[in-house]
Design a binder for this molecule. Structure first.
Ligand SMILES: [Fe+2]
Length: 310
């Protein structure tokens, strides 16, 4: 496992908005590129936005893959002779404008499958194209973020456990059961997962003590969050073109979700707003330093994220 080390400086009570981007499946016929670009525009415009990549960036179904059929590729990919290269080019195009805000990049099972059968190291290659090799984590790793807060230079650590993940069951309750397991299996403050294409997030408050081993200490809450970033595949399509008997090669096939019976999900995942408080003692009392976690779910736009809208 790799650890990516990151240093950030924020003002007292300043925020960082963390977008967990995962399971784009670029190259799939239902990759929701327009929605992804809307999210990218929010990240690009927000100086305090950061993002992580959770894997399955590309769908990466090659012509010799048993899962291949012409309509399992997005039209942009249908004439491509090298799916690997076309996907790499596409991902670089998608992430280039926001590359400086990346905290970590993980591989998914689609990258692993490609590497296994066709050689290469797809995730690393895309990271190198973007100049993000120092952010590459493999299938699972940690991003250890050290945040300097306010004028008193309080240091706060934020540990992120990033992994593509595995199937946790189709029912909505499965996420909460799995989220509690995840918290018991890692010491991280923020656990980021993907893979099952069901966006979800939960903030947990856990108990802790300030400065353990030094002085009397005070009981504080330590916030921890588990997020599944969902997917940027639309899952279902509406109103396909009517069949033209002279062009049967162009008749669209069924989507993965349609054949598997997966439920329709929102596109993309929640955003975690981290508020850094350096703490203070005043006549009004004592407030320990800490990081407040707030999840924004559902529609993600400038207004819901508390960004200035013009
Ligand atoms: Fe996926």
């Amino acid at each position: 496992m790799r650890i990516v080390r990151i240093a950030e400086r924020v003002p007292h009570q300043g925020v960082i908005r963390l977008h967990h981007l995962t399971d784009l499946h670029a190259g799939a016929p239902d990759f929701a590129e327009a929605e992804f670009l809307e999210r990218r525009a929010l990240i690009e415009a927000d100086p305090w936005a950061r993002w992580t990549m959770g894997g399955d960036g590309g769908d990466l179904i090659r012509h010799s893959d048993p899962r291949y059929e012409l309509t399992s590729l997005h039209p942009r990919y249908r004439q491509a002779t090298d799916i690997r290269y076309t996907t790499r080019e596409h991902l670089v195009e998608l992430f280039q404008p926001i590359k400086d805000k990346c905290w970590g990049w993980a591989d998914g099972n689609h990258e692993r499958q490609l590497d296994k059968f066709y050689g290469g190291k797809f995730g690393v290659e895309v990271c190198c194209d973007l100049g993000l090799e120092s952010r590459y984590l493999g299938y699972r790793g940690f991003a250890a973020v050290s945040v300097t807060v306010g004028q008193r230079d309080a240091h706060m650590g934020l540990l992120i456990d990033l992994q593509h993940g595995w199937q946790a069951g189709r029912l909505k309750g499965a996420f909460l059961v799995q989220a509690e397991r995840e918290l018991g299996m890692t010491d991280a403050d923020v656990v980021l997962r993907g893979h099952n294409h069901q966006p979800a997030g939960r903030v947990f408050a856990t108990l802790g003590v300030t400065h353990p081993g030094r002085g009397p200490g005070r009981v504080v809450k330590r916030m921890r969050t588990v997020i599944n970033g969902g997917s940027w595949r639309a899952g279902y399509r509406d109103d396909l073109a009517p069949v033209d008997p002279s062009r049967l090669g162009e008749v669209e096939g069924d989507l993965w979700s349609e054949t598997k019976g997966y439920r329709l999900e929102p596109i993309g995942g929640p955003v975690l707003i981290l508020r850094f408080d350096q703490g203070y003692t005043s006549r009004r009392g004592y407030r320990p330093c800490g990081v407040e976690h707030t999840l924004v779910e559902g529609r993600i736009d400038a207004q819901n994220l508390g960004l200035k809208t013009t």
